[in-house]
Every structure is written in C-alpha cells, then in structure tokens.
Write a protein that binds this ligand. Structure first.
Ligand SMILES: [Ca+2]
Length: 471
C-alpha cells in the first residue's frame, strides 16, 4: 500500500472512531444552590462526598457565572448560549420569571443545545424543572428533547405554598409532566421531597437505555428551591424527624420555617446523593471516560443557602447572585483535582458542547457563549475567551466584569481577585480601569439595547392552565 493510501485509510478509521465515540453530555443544574453550599467550595455545614470526589477527579471552575440571578432567564441563557435579553427572556410577561399559564416562553425558533445534539444523532432528555414556559409549544419536547419528565415551573408555584396566595394569578395543582402530558401532581410535602429521587432515577434509567449511543441529559433539579423538603432518610440524617415536628401542616403553615439551615442541608445532601447516582452509573457502564458532566447552579443561593465568601445572593447582581459552584468532570480528558479561575459562563456550554460533538454553534444568529474547551482541558496558556461578562438584573444592565475588575453601573469598582466579597470600592484609585469598563458597558448597551440585535420571545396570546386552577 502506498503511503498516501495508508494515510487516507488511517484518517478514515480515525473519523469513524470519532463518530463512534462522540462524548456524552450531562448538565446537572441545581436550583438556587449557593456558592458556599458544597464542600469543594468551602462548606463546613453540608456533607457532599460525591461532589468532593467529582471535584477531586475533575475541575472546579471558580469564576463560573449564570447569565441571570433568577430561574427563567438563567435557563434560557444556558440552553441557547445567549444572554437572556437576546432571546427576549430577561423578564417574564409580568415578573422576573414566567408563571403558570404565562403568555411567554422560550421561542421554538431558538436553537437549544438539545437541538444541536439531536442533529448529531444524540438521544436527548430533560428531567426536572423546566421553567421556560408551560404552554404546549414551549415544553422541552418542542425544544429538542426526545424525552421529558418533570415539573414545568418552580416547585413553589404550588397552592399550599404561602406566597402562592399573594401572587395575582390563579395557581393550578403542581403538575408532573411526561413528554407533554400531565401524568401526576405534587400534592403533599412528602411528594415535594421525592422530586430529587424521581428525576435522578429517570436520568439513570435513560443513561442505561442509551449506553450504546451518544446521549445528552439535562437534569435541572427542583431542589434546593423552597419549599424545602427531602426524603425521610436525608431529613433524619440532619436531625429532623420527618414524622415529628415537620408534619405537613406545620410546614405549610410556617413559611419562615421553610428556610431553616437543616432543611436546606437535607436537600443539598440529597442533591449530592443524586450526583453520586449519576457518576456511579457512568463508572459502572464504563462511560466515565467518554462523558462530560457539568454541575452548577441556576443562580445564587436563596435564603437558607450560603454564598460565602461572595456578597449578595439570589436575585442580586453581586457575585453571590450569579457566580455558582461549578465542577466539570470527564476522567481522562479533564485534569483531576484542577481549578480554573478564568471567567466562564453557562452560555459557553452550547458552543463548547456543540464543538465537542462535532458540530458548531449556530452561525445565523448572535451567540454570546464561547468555546471553553481549552479551559476545561487545561491547555497551555488557556485564558477566558470573554473580554467582558455582563450582569443584568431583569431588563437592566447593572455591571460588567473584565479580568479581575467589576464595575457596577452605580460607579463602584471592585478588584475581585483581591476582594471577592466586593467590600472595597476602588473606583477613585483606578480611573483608567473605570473608563475602560464604562466603554464595555456602552458596547453592551449599543448591542443588547438595540432591538435589531434581540430575538422574539415565544408568545401565546391565549394560554391555558395545564390543570383546572385551585380556588
Ligand atoms: Ca433558581
């Protein structure tokens, strides 16, 4: 055989193998988990052995941001690789997030990670909290997911939850959906406590079923969003008697009680159990060296969670509102026990995953995320691909980060490498930095403030409840 033929032959084999070995992807997206809530990120309260092992075998990303400090815009950005404002979901129709029977949802014209991977032959599934619109055309099965099992919005949009009585909308029983059909409802606190197990078991079963072909699992847990309840064994472990003082009536009647550290702890430790189930399944099936698993939170920790050492929490544009605990795991490809301090965001997952799957991010529209594979694989000299990361509170641009510097639109400047808690405003001492970052803020205003650069939100003029509403 001539040398040229040999090279062609070898390259064919390599190409075939590349297709046969397309990596699997799993995104474990926790609801409202704080930066300091898990041991790899400094928790001394919660036991998270599986996350400890995940971090020891993988990479901690310590400047990893969600694109918004609340659920709906954060999820829209993750799945589209674009700032929430760019896809019209920086704000719901009347609140910061979409509500049951909302007119708005993720436009089906958007191209999600799931749709990109489906094109590449992946089996795709979403198990958990969706929160990108509950009307039929907004559900995961319309957004590239072959399979869906979960709740369509937050677990507190639930008649027994006290705030539900103050929202100016009717609330129907909290539906559990399979594909696009309501198959059950969450009626009691015990059933709230079962949501982590249910979604985990669905994910494990899907992984087993698809072990011989490439798959994508998006696992957006309803935990640790309040109302906070976990399975009895996790409550007992933290000293709570599930049959004792935490009976349903007390829980439902005592709103402040939802937020105690113990109940939060029970939920976080059950989330850790879930991570263990997923990673153990991958190890057992020998898929661990061919699967990228990303663990992070949709926004900063809510009341009862811990964002230390960051300032602020869920709903704020301080670091505690948008910087999450993040771990990337892919044994053999991601260096064990490594740490990445470079700026990265959930929006980067779409272009990164697309490229690793042999595809690319959409080119017919602006995608804000960038390929962070060089960071994940610790390539020599790899730096963040972002000159700037922008913090929005609802529709408003509120801050920019570039390198170690974060400038708030209020004029405060912080050096996050020296002052991660944003305690010391150093704007006066650094006028040139302020000038440079103000120019970046102006660039963002010119971009996302221009209607020509933003896309239409999904809109349904006649939305209906998934179930008859509760009086
Ligand atoms: Ca959330």
């Amino acid at each position: 055989m001539k040398l040229v033929q040999l090279i062609i032959c070898l390259s064919c084999i390599l190409t075939l193998n590349a297709h046969a070995n397309k990596p699997n992807f799993i995104i474990i997206f926790i609801d409202d988990l704080g930066f300091g809530d898990i041991e790899p990120f400094g928790s001394v309260l919660n036991d998270t052995p599986h996350l400890n092992r995940m971090a020891a075998e993988g990479m901690k990303l310590t400047s990893f941001y969600s694109a918004a400090p609340v659920c709906t815009p954060s999820r829209a950005a993750l799945l589209t690789g674009s700032y929430p404002k760019r896809v019209g979901l920086d704000f719901g129709s009347w609140s910061g997030v979409v509500f049951p029977r909302d007119t708005e949802g993720l436009n089906t014209e958007e191209i999600t990670i799931a749709e990109i991977l489906k094109e590449e032959g992946y089996a795709t599934a979403c198990f958990g909290k969706w929160h990108l619109g509950d009307q039929p055309e907004f559900l995961p099965t319309e957004q590239g997911f072959d399979e869906y099992f979960g709740i369509p919005y937050s677990n507190d949009m639930w008649p027994p939850h006290p705030p539900a009585q103050h929202w100016e909308v009717e609330v129907c029983p909290l539906p559990i959906i399979r594909q696009d059909e309501v198959v059950d409802t969450v009626d009691f606190m015990e059933e709230q406590g079962d949501l982590c197990r249910l979604f985990t078991e669905e994910a494990v079963s899907f992984i087993r079923k698809n072990q011989d072909n490439p798959f994508f699992v998006y696992l957006p847990h309803a935990f640790v969003h309040h109302p906070r309840y976990a399975r009895p064994e996790f409550l007992e472990k933290v000293g709570i008697d599930p049959d004792g003082p935490l009976d349903n009536e007390r829980l439902i009647g005592d709103h402040r009680g939802y937020l105690t550290a113990q109940r939060t702890r029970a939920q976080i430790e059950e989330v850790d159990w879930s991570v263990g189930q997923i990673l153990d399944t991958l190890r057992e099936l020998d898929l661990d060296d061919n699967t990228l698993v990303i663990f992070t939170s949709d926004n900063g920790g809510a009341s009862g969670c811990i964002n230390t050492p960051l300032r602020g929490g869920k709903g704020s544009i301080w670091e505690g509102g948008m910087r999450g605990p993040a771990i990337a795991w892919w044994p053999g490809s991601i260096r064990s026990d490594s740490v990445c301090q470079e700026i990265a965001t959930t929006m980067d997952l779409l272009p990164t995953i697309a490229q690793l799957a042999g595809s690319q991010a959409p080119t017919d529209r602006k995608i804000d995320g960038k390929d962070i594979a060089p960071l994940l694989f610790s390539r020599h000299g790899a730096k963040t691909p972002h000159e700037a990361f922008y913090y929005h509170w609802q529709t408003e641009l509120r801050a920019v980060r570039s390198g170690p510097w974060k400038l708030h639109t209020s004029g405060e400047l912080y050096n996050l490498e020296e002052d991660i808690g944003e305690g010391l405003d150093v704007a006066k001492q650094n006028p040139k930095v302020v000038e440079r970052l103000n120019a970046l803020l102006d660039a963002c205003r010119a971009d996302l403030g221009n209607p020509a650069n933003i896309r239409q939100v999904g809109y349904n003029s006649n939305p209906v409840h998934l179930l008859p509403p509760v009086e």
